[in-house]
Design a protein around this ligand. Structure first.
Ligand code: RIB
Length: 318
């Protein structure tokens, strides 16, 4: 039987505006297209798990509106168990996303109903927490809920993965929580914000990760965009280069990486192998537009991995 991955997190409708370049502060520019795409870091990660043939169940909250219905429907069609999603009183969460001609993005999230993902709702779904094997979280639902889920998950002996995005400040995660995180998965900017270590060369990356390890985190996995990912733990640091791809839109690439990584772990892959798998999945996501619309399926990831093996470009760098 497949091991279940529980994702407690956000669901947003992404309003994506494509434009040649980002506007400067105070500037008005003409954009090219506007589209509505299912997103939200939690939902994107759950969607990735399901599309890669993992078993995903989601806890989160949408509004009683068309966006909520659309998000629920899209996740369910991907294969995520949405039967325990809450319908709140606020509007469904939304994100305004600017994507420039080079595939870079800027995102502003309005949390809306995600704010109603509260502790009593988690308690109502305690049986899910007990039954699953992995618990994944991000930072778009209330912090007190996130920390509560982490506490519970550890009490029940689950593997906890925290993607600290959007990044909290250095003192926003309580000290006692760090010890309960098996994998923390910031990108470089999030690592800086989380630790206060301010420039992003390899040395400071390892210094920042070292601070998190000292606080008791099991493994720090830093996503490095087109450079791939780094795993830093008590055994040392290992770098996993990414496959070269022309980026069309990097939205949700990190979510795809996280979802793919945990799916691979749940399938029994060792951590390095799971990171290679996640790198391959993310390299496909960046070549497509949108959040959930960019997530590959398992066959696509397998074919990229095969191609990488043939080209011999999937080796680690220490
Ligand atoms: O990580 C990408 C996601 O961030 C988007 O889908 C948006 O909704 C925000 O949550």
């Amino acid at each position: 039987m497949k091991k279940t991955i529980l994702v407690a997190g956000s669901l947003n409708m992404d309003m994506v505006i494509e434009m040649g370049r980002m506007p400067a502060v105070g500037e008005t520019i003409l954009g090219d297209t506007l589209s509505y795409v299912p997103g939200g870091k939690g939902a994107n990660q759950a969607c990735t798990v399901a599309k890669l043939d993992g078993s995903a169940v989601m806890l989160g909250c949408v509004g009683r509106d068309d966006f909520g219905e659309a998000l629920r429907g899209n996740l369910s069609a991907a294969g995520v168990d949405v039967s325990r999603l809450k319908t709140g009183e606020s509007s469904t969460g939304a994100a305004s996303i600017y994507v420039d001609g080079a595939g870079n993005n800027s995102i502003v999230v309005i949390r809306g109903a995600n704010q109603e993902c509260d502790i009593s709702y988690i308690d109502e779904n305690d049986s899910l927490l007990r039954q699953c094997s992995y618990v994944m979280l991000q930072m778009e639902i209330p912090y007190e809920t996130i920390f509560y889920v982490i506490e519970k998950a550890k009490e029940y002996g689950k593997t906890v993965i925290l993607n600290p995005a959007p990044a909290p400040g250095p003192r926003e995660i309580p000290e006692e929580i760090y010890k309960k995180i098996d994998f923390i998965t910031p990108n470089e900017t999030e690592l800086m914000m989380l630790t206060g270590v301010l420039d992003c060369g390899r040395e400071s990356l390892e210094k920042g990760a070292g601070l998190l390890l000292k606080k008791g985190v099991g493994n720090v996995m830093v996503t490095l965009g087109e450079q791939g990912a780094a795993l830093i733990n008590a055994q040392g640091s290992t770098y996993f280069p990414a496959r070269r791809t022309a980026a069309v839109d990097t939205t949700a690439a990190g979510d795809c990486f996280n979802g793919a990584f945990v799916t691979a772990l749940a399938e029994g892959m060792a951590v390095p192998e799971a990171i290679r798998y996640a790198n391959a999945a993310a390299s496909i996501a960046v070549s497509r537009k949108g959040a959930q619309s960019s997530i590959p399926d398992a066959k696509e990831v397998q074919s990229v991995l095969k191609e990488s093996q043939l080209n011999g470009n999937n080796k680690n760098k220490d």
